[in-house]
Design a protein around this ligand. Structure first.
Ligand SMILES: NCc1[nH]cc(CCC(=O)O)c1CC(=O)O
Length: 320
């Protein structure tokens, strides 16, 4: 009797991506009983240099992984959900495990919080959303466009030691989720309140993706249906569905930085949004809620779309 082939999981090869993929791999090994093979895939986001916001942004980390899934070079792909473009891809389906902390984290020299960073402090981020929201609360800061993996970014705020030079920045802002997953929570000096900095849509959540055909119940040996159903967290999935529907509608009408966070508590889905002018001179905020069951994905999407329409009515499209 032939043995079931190993389940091949495609991933970017950055330390964060590998860490996230190993976490999912452990779960899928338990849930499927299959051997797991991790397949590193190079993406444009890893190969190209230059500012991420100049690179066309959405999809640079994702397209090569999705091609590998569609070509059959891997069976599962693990993405940071916030890096996924909002458009669905024919033939692919993803689930969302329980979300990590969605907040942004300030990692500063000398333990400073955002409010007490020295006047004119240099803060690194490559994200127009983080830059705009920083400028709103601290117009005096010097925002420096940076990229690179988590350790590279943290290294730019390192204190001088016998072996390294001091970093050139006073602080960087990173997703708490990535820091926590990498075991770098100790670098966080403030978890920034979401009313000050609303996270990127999907931040802190993973998308675990496969070919939709491999979820078909007929194909017993390689069928991923049971494992993917178990891996999915319904509350996370509803929340990110609302956030992504909002982003999709705003993307059509507006290129302004968008922060948003949704969550389900006691059958109520709440969605909060901040749309900022890139220069931080102004912001629009809104929040709304709707009753849901864990199957109400269409309802969640409608909430996101409706709030986006409302923000466009209030002039979000002029915020570019
Ligand atoms: N675009 C890079 C990226 N994609 C996902 C994360 C963090 C992990 C997450 O949000 O789940 C990061 C790094 C960061 O923003 O600090």
């Amino acid at each position: 009797m032939a043995t079931t082939p190993a389940l091949r999981i495609g991933t970017r090869s950055s330390p964060l991506a590998l860490t996230q993929t190993r976490m999912v791999a452990d779960r899928l090994r338990e849930l499927t009983g299959r051997d797991i093979e991790i397949v590193p895939i190079k993406t444009d986001g890893d190969v190209l240099t230059g500012s991420l916001s100049q690179m066309g942004g959405t999809g640079v980390f994702v397209t090569a992984l999705r091609d590998a899934l569609l070509d059959g070079r891997c069976d599962v792909a693990v993405h940071s959900l916030k890096d996924l473009p909002t458009a669905d891809v024919d033939g692919l389906t993803y689930v969302t495990p329980v979300r990590e902390d969605p907040r942004d984290a300030l990692c500063s020299r000398d333990g400073h919080r955002l409010a007490d960073l020295p006047h004119g402090a240099k803060v690194g981020t490559g994200s127009p959303r983080r830059a705009a929201q920083l400028r709103l609360v601290r117009p005096d800061l010097e925002i420096v466009d940076i990229r690179g993996n988590v350790d590279t970014r943290l290294g730019r705020v390192a204190a001088a030691s016998a072996t390294t030079d001091a970093g050139d920045l006073d602080a960087v802002v990173l997703a708490a989720a990535g820091l926590n997953r990498m075991g770098r929570s100790a670098a966080i000096t403030e978890l920034i309140d979401m009313s000050v900095m609303a996270p990127a849509p999907g931040q802190g959540a993973l998308a675990v993706e496969c070919r939709t055909a491999d979820l078909a119940p007929e194909d017993a040996e390689t069928n991923l249906h049971a494992a993917f159903t178990e891996l999915d967290d319904a509350g996370t999935h509803l929340a990110v569905a609302a956030e992504r529907a909002l982003l999709a509608r705003l993307e059509a009408g507006c290129a302004a930085p968008v922060g948003t966070y949704a969550r389900v508590v006691d059958d109520v889905l709440t969605l909060q949004v901040i749309v900022a002018r890139p220069d931080g001179s102004e912001q629009l905020t809104h929040s709304a809620e709707t009753e849901v069951t864990l199957n109400s994905r269409d309802e969640a999407r409608r909430l996101g779309t409706d709030i986006a329409d409302h923000l466009l009515t209030l002039g979000a499209a002029d915020f570019v």
